[in-house]
Design a protein around this ligand. Structure first.
Ligand code: DON
Length: 516
């Protein structure tokens, strides 16, 4: 932005830089979503989610007895969808970027060529996956030290093959990845897969501009991601469920506030499992799901006296219906253009398969399909027909890049990684600001909790609730389980009343906010 770029230039530059400095989630081999609001207040969303290869089949992750083959959809060669981030970046830059493409790519190339100084988290992460790297990449030396010792904090990681791949993308744009040398290396690497990614898959991949999901909450306009992500619809549903209640008055994480939020989450994730999938393949009843009457009906069996039972909830009846690693960045530029991007290779370090000669990790996004109806994936999420594997179909996501307006002006830009917990972390962060009057940083720091219908339990970060609140919830039949790890790594921006920006980055990760 200092060089005259706008929010999209900065977002694209950040994406490619993250592909170098944050290999567990930043990527060339993954996909994601953009929610963009320009200074005139128009909104746009770009779906650059991966697709199943054309060779994919519905039961490809099942054995002959119809049982899910453990780990097949998320570890190793069979786990990858067609990478789509590079197409996404090219597409958004062509439409909205201002600086020359070559200039936007240069910082990432410099980082890969000159090396990155590893943070403690990145060093630990690389040490943690060393076994998988050796197992899934015989003969390759990516992310391994020449003397095969462990990585230490502050050591320098140089990625020469990745720098060369980035140079091809810099020189040739989309073709630098989807054609020529990079494409040939990728196709060769994927050849042994059950549904190999072919040159045809690469040629046919195109990101899709989609109409944003737009909702409202206490006078704010909420602009979020439509399917193929479940995030926007789920978020708008959650906000509608809780809006009638005085959460601010009841207090942050009081028993009543928590109860209303958990019960909303239970119903929303049940709908997600039943009704959400790639709209190019499955008729998602988008309008009905956020309809106020439908929401009211879904709330009829709510009671403060007793927890609802997930077994009795299920996805709602739609009238007249026919038929932990991701990364997020938020950008606002001087003119007020705002971009929220969440991108992923799914689990940390994706499938753990490196494309030989090209120096990047492949995604394990196929795991986000419901590989067998009703069988939970690594995030414990279940799904059905709507999200079954089909050739060329996008797998359902929970990523929820979101922008809020107040009085017609930009108000907040939010998003986070966290698999199935993304939706609830974004939800809580918004409530923390709007209902509980927190600053952006307080809202990000605040301890989080999560319920996703199934399994029927609420997980929470240590210290999120007082003993008294916990006791009351347990008495009403809630299963409350303290998480070992943390929830969310939010990167958000709030526009303050005087027009200045408050950037907030999550202390749970290596996150940073910068302004100029
Ligand atoms: O698209 C999704 O919902 C998942 N692939 C996101 C994975 C994720 O956030 C893992 N991170 N912690």
């Amino acid at each position: 932005m200092k060089a005259g770029g706008n929010a999209i230039d900065a977002a694209v530059a950040t994406h490619f830089a993250l592909a170098v400095v944050h290999p567990s989630a930043g990527n060339l081999g993954g996909g994601g979503f953009l929610v963009y609001r320009n200074q005139q207040g128009q909104n746009f969303t770009l779906d650059f989610r991966e697709k199943a290869p054309v060779a994919a089949t519905r039961d490809m992750y099942l054995d002959s007895a119809g049982t899910v083959i453990p780990n097949m959809a998320w570890l190793g060669i069979h786990a990858s969808g067609v990478p789509s981030s590079v197409d996404g970046m090219v597409t958004m830059h062509q439409r909205f970027g201002r600086l020359p493409w070559k200039q936007v790519l240069q910082p990432a190339i410099d980082l890969a060529t000159n090396g990155v100084i590893l943070t403690e988290n990145e060093a630990k992460g690389l040490n943690r996956i060393k076994g998988d790297l050796l197992k899934f990449n015989p003969g390759k030396t990516y992310f391994l030290k020449p003397d095969s010792t462990e990585w230490q904090t502050s050591e320098r990681l140089i990625q020469t093959d990745l720098a060369n791949t980035l140079r091809r993308i810099q020189e040739q744009g989309r073709d630098g990845f989807y054609k020529g040398q990079t494409a040939a290396l990728l196709v060769k690497e994927m050849a042994p897969a059950k549904a190999p990614i072919s040159q045809r898959d690469l040629d046919e991949y195109h990101s899709a501009w989609r109409e944003a999901v737009v909702g409202s909450y206490r006078g704010h306009k909420v602009i979020s991601m439509p399917p193929t992500s479940s995030g926007g619809i789920a978020l708008v549903q959650l906000l509608k469920f809780v809006e009638p209640y005085p959460l601010g008055k009841w207090g942050w994480y009081s028993d009543s506030t928590t109860q209303v939020m958990i019960e909303a989450e239970r119903r929303v994730y049940a709908d997600r499992a039943r009704w959400l999938g790639d709209p190019d393949f499955f008729k998602v009843p988008q309008k009905q799901l956020v309809d106020s009457q439908y929401i009211q009906k879904r709330w009829q069996d709510f009671s403060f006296a007793q927890a609802s039972d997930s077994k009795a909830i299920n996805g709602g009846q739609i009238a007249g219906y026919e038929s932990n690693e991701t990364t997020h960045y938020s950008v606002v530029d001087e003119e007020g253009n705002a971009a929220a991007i969440t991108t992923t290779i799914n689990n940390g370090y994706g499938s753990r398969v490196m494309v030989g000669g090209a120096g990047f990790l492949m995604n394990d996004e196929m795991e986000d399909f419901a590989v067998k109806p009703g069988v939970p994936n690594v995030f414990g999420l279940v799904g059905n027909e709507a999200n079954a594997v089909q050739p060329g179909k996008r797998m359902l996501s929970s990523m929820t890049p979101t922008i809020l307006e107040k009085d017609g002006k930009l108000f907040m830009v939010v998003g986070t990684p966290g698999g199935s917990t993304i939706i609830t972390s974004v939800f809580q962060t918004i409530l923390n600001v709007i209902d509980h009057g927190m600053t952006m940083q307080q809202a990000v720091n605040a301890l989080k909790f999560h319920h996703q219908w199934l399994p029927d339990k609420t997980t929470f970060e240590q210290g999120a609730f007082s003993e008294k609140t916990l006791q009351k919830l347990i008495e009403r039949g809630y299963v409350m389980e303290m998480q070992k790890g943390t929830l969310g790594r939010m990167d958000c921006i709030l526009v303050l009343p005087d027009g200045t920006l408050e950037g907030a980055s999550d202390p749970r990760g290596d996150n940073t906010s910068v302004g100029f």
